[in-house]
Every structure is written in C-alpha cells, then in structure tokens.
Write a protein that binds this ligand. Structure first.
Ligand code: ZN
Length: 163
C-alpha cells in the first residue's frame, strides 16, 4: 500500500533526518501532505536545544491545529522517517490527522539501539496502534532501513564522543 508518491515523500523525510543529524539533533524528519498532494509543512527533530519534546511529528500536530481546518485534517497524511513515539501518536490523534506512513519502525529502532548497547529510554517503545485507534498506518518500508540505521549509528557515535 506504499506507492511511489509515498516513497518520494519518505525520501524527503530521510533528507530532513540527515539535516537534523548535521545540526546536532536526532535524525528524524517528517512532513504533512494535503489530500491534493500539496506539502503543507515539514520539520525535523530539534532536541539539541534541551527540549526533548521537539519531535517533528509533534510540531506537525501543533502546526495543523493552528493552520489546517479541522474538516481537512483527517485527509492529511503524515510522512515520517521513524514511527511516531507515544507522545507524537497521541498528538496526531488529538488534532485529528489522517494516515501515517513511516519508513522505519519503533521495533527496528529498539533493536538497533540494543545492538549499539544503548540504554532503553523511559518512554516505552509502543507501536502507533498501541497508542491510538482508527488510524491507517503504513510502514516500515524495508528498502529504507539500512539508510536510516546508518543515520542513527552515526548519531549514537557522535553523542558518545561528546560525553
Ligand atoms: Zn515523538
């Protein structure tokens, strides 16, 4: 159910994730696309300023609440390089956005982190469907896994050099 248009948007999300990494943030990128295919908003992770809630999917939910009429939100699609965390999944549902397409899953991140020897975080690694209901969710897209994993391995190595 992932078509070429979906993949094109996911590739842009991965570019945004790379931009985040290059700026010292965690490598995640996301975008909001209207029913007619217009890109409404895009953002990337911005946690390096010390606010750990600066996830792009959370920024999208807040942007949509301010800028997209409520009736149009259910037809807007969120594309993201990594599956929503519970905070972002809840925000997505609270503001009434539609389908979610992600490139890499939380389960993949969890296994990659374990391979690197990283400690699990305090937020449980739930799937989107464990957090919200009545939402079409597509992902992961296996062909992007290696590229995304490489971003996260690079991030992990950078973070550990800094400590
Ligand atoms: Zn999040």
């Amino acid at each position: 159910m992932i078509d070429d248009t979906d993949k094109k948007h996911l590739i842009r999300c991965i570019e945004l994730a790379q931009e985040a990494l290059d700026n010292g943030d965690e490598p995640f990128g996301s975008m909001l696309v209207a029913k007619d295919g217009r890109v409404l908003f895009e953002d990337r992770n911005r946690v390096s300023n010390g606010d750990q809630t600066r996830h792009p999917e959370f920024a999208i939910a807040k942007w949509a609440a301010q800028n997209v009429p409520e009736a149009e939100r259910k037809d807007a699609v969120v594309y993201t390089s990594g599956e929503h965390c519970p905070m972002c999944a809840a925000a997505h549902a609270w503001v009434g956005l539609g389908r979610i397409v992600y490139a890499a899953s939380t389960a993949q991140f969890t296994s990659w982190r374990a391979e690197l020897g990283a400690q699990p975080g305090r937020v449980r690694p739930l799937t989107i469907q464990e957090v919200i209901e009545n939402t079409v969710v597509d992902g992961p897209v296996e062909e992007f896994a290696e590229r995304i994993k490489a971003l996260h391995v690079a991030r992990y190595r950078m973070a550990n050099v800094q400590q």
